[in-house]
Write a protein that binds this ligand. Structure first.
Ligand SMILES: C[S@@+](CC[C@H](N)C(=O)[O-])C[C@H]1O[C@@H](n2cnc3c(N)ncnc32)[C@H](O)[C@@H]1O
Length: 511
């Protein structure tokens, strides 16, 4: 049964929803109709996890629908004139669809989990309440290996083991005598495991998909060579990673999820959001702020999920994705292959550092989307955004001068980082010829997973008077923790509220 209610103490303009489920394993991911307010939300929204306090993953035990930082966020946005800040509390348990866990202990008693706060002791978390229940099930299988699902075996092809629904007997860590990694000695075989759940099985009815998610298991093996002594054990466990190299041994070859209206492929080494459902909600909201047919640049793009979802939902003229991790390229390419055939967008993905000459990425786009790591935007990008009018003027001057000098010889590009970025880029040209766009963005969409760095970047952008805050929304991406995800929309110029204040001051002045 699903419960849903609105928290009473918040002012009416700040909507905080709580989708609490009375069973430990959530079965439906879609939003449910609101029920009357629960008189005691702290109990119904409690974590109820046996690992709380020993595991460092969660820091908030009660009121999962209301992370501590949300009150500060409401106040922060209120001061900036955002009266309709909304907060989506999302799924409170079983939300984590991607988990990286350390493996320690011994072959007879393996510990698979997170570090204890401030130590390097791994806490075993078999009953974690944040994990999608199938991650916990997969961890148990990995340890004991009682029943492991085997699909057609593609040894030497790719990189991943998929646990599927037909389970047969297979040995695990204990039976195979696999030694977990020992940090002090640098010995042992199995160091980490990454579990990722896909809820994309379209053969199932929509309400059945989440709970029947399949788990992709990636094992980080402590070895420099594929021919080391213990590789036989690894082959038996069925997956391998050497440094950044991934090899698929068996199971389904690709990991697909459906997010933001598109099918998304995610390789294990590419960035993937941990909370799939909350990310989907955020993307649906974000799409509304992008005008139809806009040109978009997606900085800190990962596998380009945001950009590609906009290419489809907003029929963008162009989408440029910029990402520093080249491992994401393959996922981008696969995702593009599955885009609807009627997408008329110039799409590109660039293996590049967004902090180097950021203007070169901003140029020609109406909307810039940034989704940086927790530390926030690179200072060079903040600087360019703070001086965007001057940059625009300079660029326009150069462009118009260039246009008047005909025929201009195209200058040979020599800068190594630009050449590298060009080499590593992927271009998918639309069949429609679009006019060249020399503009700089009028809209900045900032997705943040780091509240402290967001506040700093936001204040810095607003202080420049080049941007004003148009809208802001919060999402409970990490229930049980101190983190929230922010979607903030900035527009160029000072904005209506600032202008009004200014004209109000003028009126008061005696003549
Ligand atoms: C929070 S993730 C967002 C990824 C993507 N937007 C998504 O939702 O899947 C941040 C991404 O920024 C990338 N990144 C970090 N610093 C970067 C930089 N200076 N230039 C480009 N990408 C960067 C990381 O590799 C990571 O993929």
């Amino acid at each position: 049964m699903a419960l849903s209610f609105f928290s009473p103490p918040a002012p009416p303009v700040h909507r905080i929803t709580c989708q609490a489920l009375s069973v430990a394993v959530p079965s439906v991911a879609v939003a449910v109709a609101p029920l009357p307010v629960n008189p005691n939300p702290s109990l119904s929204c409690a974590l109820n996890c046996t690992h709380f306090q020993s595991c460092s993953g969660c820091t908030q035990e009660y009121n999962l629908h209301h992370p501590v930082v949300i009150d500060e966020a409401i106040g922060f946005f209120n001061k900036l004139g955002i009266k309709d800040f909304s907060f989506d509390s999302c799924r409170l348990w079983g939300w984590r669809c991607r988990a990286k866990l350390a493996v320690r202990g011994s072959s007879t008693n393996p510990l698979i989990g997170l570090y204890e706060e401030g130590t390097h002791n791994v806490v075993d978390i078999p009953d974690c309440k944040s994990h999608h229940p199938n991650i916990n099930a997969a961890v148990k299988l990995l340890k004991k290996g009682l029943f492991l699902i085997l699909l057609p075996i593609h040894v030497n092809e790719l990189y991943i083991l998929f646990l599927l629904l037909i389970w047969i007997f297979h040995p695990g860590i204990i039976e195979l005598n696999v030694e977990p990694y020992d940090e002090d000695q640098g010995t042992g075989d199995l160091r980490y495991v990454q579990m990722a759940v896909t809820t994309h099985d379209t053969s199932l009815p929509i309400p059945e998909r989440y709970k029947n998610g399949k788990v992709q298991v990636s094992l980080v093996w402590n070895s420099r060579s594929e021919n080391s002594a213990n590789t036989a054990k690894l082959n038996a466990l069925a997956n391998i990673i050497f440094g950044n190299r991934w090899r698929h041994l068996l199971g389904e070859r690709d990991f697909w999820e459906h997010i933001g209206g598109i099918d998304v492929s995610l390789a294990p080494s590419s960035f993937g959001q941990a909370n799939t459902r909350a990310f989907d909600s955020l993307l649906r909201k974000l799409q509304k702020y992008v005008p139809q047919g806009a040109s978009v640049v997606d900085l800190y793009a990962g596998a380009g999920v945001i950009g590609l979802s906009l290419a489809v939902s907003r029929r963008c003229r162009s989408v440029k994705c910029v990402e520093v991790n080249k491992e994401s390229r393959q996922s981008f390419e696969k995702t593009v292959e599955r885009l609807p055939t009627n997408v008329e967008s110039n799409i590109s993905w660039h293996h590049a550092d967004a902090s180097i000459e950021p203007t070169s990425w901003l140029l020609g786009s109406d909307v810039v989307v940034v989704d940086p790591p927790r530390k926030g935007l690179d200072p060079s990008l903040v600087k360019e955004l703070r001086h965007i009018s001057a940059v625009e003027l300079r660029t326009f001057k150069r462009w118009s001068e260039g246009n008047s000098m005909k025929p201009e010889k195209v200058k040979d590009e020599k800068r190594p980082w630009i050449l590298r970025a060009r080499e590593d880029s992927i271009q998918i040209e639309s069949t429609t010829v679009h006019e060249e766009n020399q503009s700089l963005p009028q809209t900045l969409i900032y997705i943040s997973c780091g509240w402290e760095s967001f506040k700093e970047d936001c204040s810095s952008l607003l202080a420049s008077k080049e941007w004003h805050l148009h809208k802001a929304h919060g999402f409970n991406f990490f229930p049980g923790t101190q983190s929230i995800e922010i979607l903030a929309v900035f527009k160029r110029g000072r904005g209506a509220s600032t202008k009004k204040k200014k004209s109000g001051k003028k009126q008061k002045k005696p003549h």
